[in-house]
Design a protein around this ligand. Sequence first.
Ligand SMILES: CC(C)(COP(=O)(O)OP(=O)(O)OC[C@H]1O[C@@H](n2cnc3c(N)ncnc32)[C@H](O)[C@@H]1OP(=O)(O)O)[C@@H](O)C(=O)NCCC(=O)NCCS
Length: 180
Amino acid sequence: MKLIGNKICIRDLRFSDLDDYYEYGKDPSVGPFAGWKPFPSKDIASRVLHGQIMSKETYAIAIKETDMLIGSISLYHTALRKYNRAMSLGFSLSSAYWNQGIMTEAVRLMIQYAFEHTDCLVLEVGHHRDNYRCKRVAEKCGFNYDGTLCSYKKLYDGSIVDACFYSMTKEEYERMKKYE
Ligand SMILES: CC(C)(COP(=O)(O)OP(=O)(O)OC[C@H]1O[C@@H](n2cnc3c(N)ncnc32)[C@H](O)[C@@H]1OP(=O)(O)O)[C@@H](O)C(=O)NCCC(=O)NCCS
């Protein structure tokens, strides 16, 4: 899979991404906001990367010009919604690249991919209640707020988080596209 945007491309993850994958994944300002523990070692990063390559649900976000991995984005069947044609998006980006519109671009590319190249009819985004950056990305991409689940999850550090959920249906996507 390869999706090309203005600044980035979204492509399959590779074992050769390991150095860049470890570099952004060990940063304590990234993983915890998405619910995962920063990688304590390159060996752990390698195991997680291997699992993600095998799962075929997670893709690399890479700089278009250099192909260097700077983040990842996943498209997967959501555990929250029981409808088998609902899918969820999860993502994270190296903090060196925040606030440049990169994840908004990545999410828009994945919305188009999900609705135009898979059988997805409902797309979901969720974030921890205090993740204002992710909230903005969901809003900018046109998702509708569905609600907040209290005590959604216990994280690796024992903290319990509330989570806010958003959705977009294929009809909404098609309507939005007409007015772009
Ligand atoms: C969330 C994340 C993916 C956003 O990526 P990004 O490329 O910086 O996102 P964008 O630049 O497209 O948009 C960020 C928006 O958040 C806003 N923002 C940044 N810090 C903020 C804050 N503290 N409070 C409110 N809004 C904030 C930015 O101003 C921008 O909005 P704007 O375009 O209206 O100005 C990135 O911060 C990240 O990887 N965080 C750690 C992991 C994570 O949270 N993953 C998501 C799990 S749901």
